[in-house]
Ligand binder design. Sequence first.
Ligand code: ADP
Length: 295
Amino acid sequence: MRLILLGPPGSGKGTQAQRLVQRYGIVQLSTGDMLRAAVAAQTPIGLKAKDIMAAGHLVPDEIVIGIIKERIEQPDAANGFILDGFPRTVPQAEALDELLTKERMNLDAVIELKVNEGVLLERVERRAAETRARGEQVRPDDTPEVLTRRLSNFREQTEPLIHYYSDRRKLATVDGMMSIEEVTEEIARILTALGASGSRAAKKASAAKRSGKKAVKSARKTASKPAAKTAPAARKTAKTAAKAAGKPAKTAKKAAKSVKKASAKGARRTTKSSAKASKGARKTAAKAGKKRARA
Ligand code: ADP
């Protein structure tokens, strides 16, 4: 899935992007974060951008377009991405269209976060206070004076994008005054209506987690049954658990073998081995969940 979050400074783009990253298993591409990293690392781009950003001006289009182009071509963006802070001008939007066409990528939606201007200063001030309280350095552009300039930039240069994307039938507007949770749910509803769903990776991760849990449950049940009954059931459970965890059949066979052996040796041992299968299932399921979530 490929999304753009559009909204003035303080509208919650970064917060929502992070939540969507988790839900859909796609990457967040924030030009603000990338530029701040370049400033911190004192790269040639960072040196150019430092004063521009601190004064609340926009960094030249060719610089941000170059950064985004390079980033979108990275393998981790192939699965989808959320653009946060880009595009910010019509030429940037045109360059993005060109890039997506060239890469044969489709844009699913542009989500506009609509907020009352009155709360923005309050939100930005709160963000600065929280950053200070954590002992971190406050963004040099998070001051009332610079915010005023950032807001007027937004009105003049970024707001035209609302029409740009609405003309292209890509725009959806969300009330950014709702709670963080409500905004996320609203965005998710829009994405579902558009036919977009969680990424394959994110879906697989939750499916693996679900089936892993199921396997653990049934292994536990098996463990509490009398020995004569448990051997085939436990074998099956071990197989299911290994399958859910994406482990090779060998693991399942091994687990099944140990159950069989235990069964021949008597009831106590079988129960023990089933419990072991249950523990193994829990372990492999957790491992698979983690592995898939990372994928
Ligand atoms: P916010 O959305 O809160 O204003 P960002 O972190 O997105 O903050 O951006 C911070 C600053 O980085 C901007 O004020 C601007 O100077 C620069 N910047 C970020 N993205 C772009 C962009 N797409 N085009 C030009 N400048 C940008």
